[in-house]
Design a protein around this ligand. Structure first.
Ligand SMILES: [Zn+2]
Length: 154
């Protein structure tokens, strides 16, 4: 398995390339996808299935991820499966977020119009998260294949 640093570096290169391309070619609405790639790399990584860097980046909120860490076998299809891992992580994330949004609206810190705007940008954001985790999963598989070949060569 590549280290967290390798994952972060590769995803940052992809994010930088995407932002450079989007700005250079005047793409509209590239920002939510870019945020999705960053969040998918730093906080919603498939490696949230163990106490990894993405887990510790949640700071005091990492306690909210303990049930997820305990329930997910490391590198199982439920955390490292293409799309299925993202669906589960995003559902878990939105379930965590819901009470904060509810109280934010109740306290009038979050307004319905802002929330509508965020919801409109959700598909692009989620696409960014999927891109980040897909790269992560491909890198994990590549390093497994390399390790197997090296072991066979000995
Ligand atoms: Zn991984």
């Amino acid at each position: 398995m590549p280290s967290g640093n390798v994952h972060d570096t590769v995803n940052t290169i992809v994010l930088s390339g995407y932002v450079a391309y989007a700005v250079a070619s005047d793409q509209p609405e590239w920002f939510p996808a870019a945020v999705g790639i960053a969040v998918g790399t730093l906080w919603l990584s498939p490696d949230l299935d163990l106490k990894s860097e993405p887990y510790y980046r949640w700071g005091p909120f990492r306690v909210l991820w303990i049930p997820y860490v305990k329930a997910m076998p490391h590198r199982s299809i439920w955390s490292h499966g293409l799309l299925i891992g993202d669906v589960i992580r995003l559902l878990y994330f939105f379930a965590l977020l819901f009470p904060f949004i509810f109280f934010g609206m109740y306290a009038e810190v979050i307004h319905a119009a802002d929330l509508d705007r965020y919801i409109e940008q959700l598909p692009q954001f989620m696409t960014g998260v999927v891109v980040a985790s897909t790269i992560h999963i491909l890198l994990d598989h590549l390093s497994s294949i390399k390790r197997t070949k090296r072991r066979r060569a000995r």
